[in-house]
Design a protein around this ligand. Structure first.
Ligand code: DCP
Ligand code: MG
Length: 370
């Protein structure tokens, strides 16, 4: 949607922001190699080697064999027979994540973590009054290495879309800047697989429409892109021009908390599945308490043996704050899951819909101020 709000002045302002994206290199694997000398220089995969196991991440030595995140462990073993599997130690990854976050916060409060190992920083204005985002990014990489013994890659540009591409450009231990004046040319040459939100399925569809690069994307109108790709069409249209207006959002509001498990063997016994659900619900409750997030809607997700997926949700009138409120409802929802046709491969549980009380309060406050 192009409208008069997007004046040239607005666009100029947006192109003057200084955004950094930091992403740790082969994160879980690097931590394991750091803490165990015997694993250094070796092809390792963090994850379990069992039948249904998947690789969380692989060391760079293993990636040479084609092993990567989310690959089934069996496939990984076939590709790289000498692959060493290491079980994950989430507490340690979490600890490192907190250490790097502390470093980011020395520079700006505008830090938006995307996962344990990556974050966006808006350093347009920063605590060090350092006008160079590149120097800040390099300093951060240096500090991360000193504090954790691990390397990170950094990308610098004027928006999130470009900064994230930049951090990936020279991995590992990479540093890359996309200056605003070079953005458009840079994006023209970019493969569409690198665009935000373009996974395998979308990429395939783009290829069918003869879109392979940023340049190809730029030839299409916004209306056409929306027709082809739905809502994502708007951001594809902007991104193809090197534009991304999204702000760096610190304390991004949690919208839902969920967890899921894939069974080693498919299950169709309702009692066993209810026991599994109990563990998932316990975990979700713990995380709700940790994050101080309480929602009204509970959702059960089931993936059957043939990969068909269904969800069942129930919304309560009040937020769930205790397990004894949650469990009877979740248990009853489980009774509604059809087990007559196929066994279950994956079970998930989540909670969402925290309501909008806080936002409403803010609006009232604004009225007062006027
Ligand atoms: N991760 C996971 N499952 C995935 C992808 C990632 O468990 N499908 C975990 C393990 C990774 C961590 O998240 O170490 C960070 O993900 P990245 O995509 O940043 O991957 P890496 O840091 O491992 O590698 P890279 O050097 O490419 O950033
Ligand atoms: Mg990473």
């Amino acid at each position: 949607m192009h409208n008069c709000n997007k004046s040239w002045l607005n666009l100029l302002f947006l192109s003057m922001r200084k955004i950094i994206h930091i992403d740790m290199d082969a994160f879980y694997a690097s931590v394991e190699q750091r803490d165990n000398e015997a694993l250094r220089g070796k092809p390792i995969a963090v994850g379990y080697s069992e039948a249904r196991g998947v690789v969380a991440t692989a060391s760079y030595e293993a990636r040479k064999f084609g092993v990567h995140s989310a690959m089934p462990s069996l496939t990984a073993k076939n590709k790289c027979p000498g692959l060493i599997f290491v079980p994950p130690r989430f507490e340690v990854y979490h600890e490192v994540s907190m250490q790097i976050r502390e470093i980011f916060l020395e520079y700006t409060d505008l830090v938006e973590p995307l996962s344990l190992d990556e974050a966006f920083l808006d350093v347009t204005v920063n605590h060090k009054n350092n006008p160079s985002a590149s120097l800040i990014a390099k300093e951060i990489q240096q500090k991360i290495f000193e504090k954790t013994g691990l390397t990170a890659s950094a990308g610098v540009s004027c928006n999130k879309f470009l900064a994230k591409i930049a951090s990936d450009w020279k991995k590992p231990n990479g540093f890359f800047v996309i200056p605003p004046e070079e953005a458009e040319k840079f994006v023209e040459n970019l493969k569409i697989e690198k665009f935000y939100g373009v996974g395998k399925v979308t990429a395939q569809k783009m290829h069918e429409h003869r879109i392979f690069t940023g340049y190809d994307l730029k030839q299409r109108s916004e209306t056409e892109l929306v027709k082809l790709f739905g809502k994502a069409g708007h951001s594809l249209y902007s991104n193809a021009r090197g534009i991304d207006e999204r702000e760096v959002e610190p304390n991004r509001i949690t919208k839902s908390i969920s967890t899921e498990t894939t069974f080693l063997q498919d299950k169709n016994d309702r009692i066993l599945l209810t026991v599994e659900l109990y563990h998932l619900a316990k975990e979700v409750m713990e995380r709700m308490q940790e994050e101080n997030f309480y929602g009204k809607t509970m959702t059960i997700k089931v993936k059957y043996a043939d990969f068909k997926q269904i969800t069942r949700s129930k919304t309560l009138t009040q937020k769930v704050t205790e397990f004894r409120q949650l469990w009877p409802v979740a248990r009853d929802m489980m009774k509604l899951i059809d087990l007559s046709e196929q066994p279950v491969r994956l079970l998930g549980f989540g909670i969402s819909n925290a309501g909008e009380e806080i936002e409403k309060k803010d609006t009232q406050l604004e009225l007062w101020l006027f």
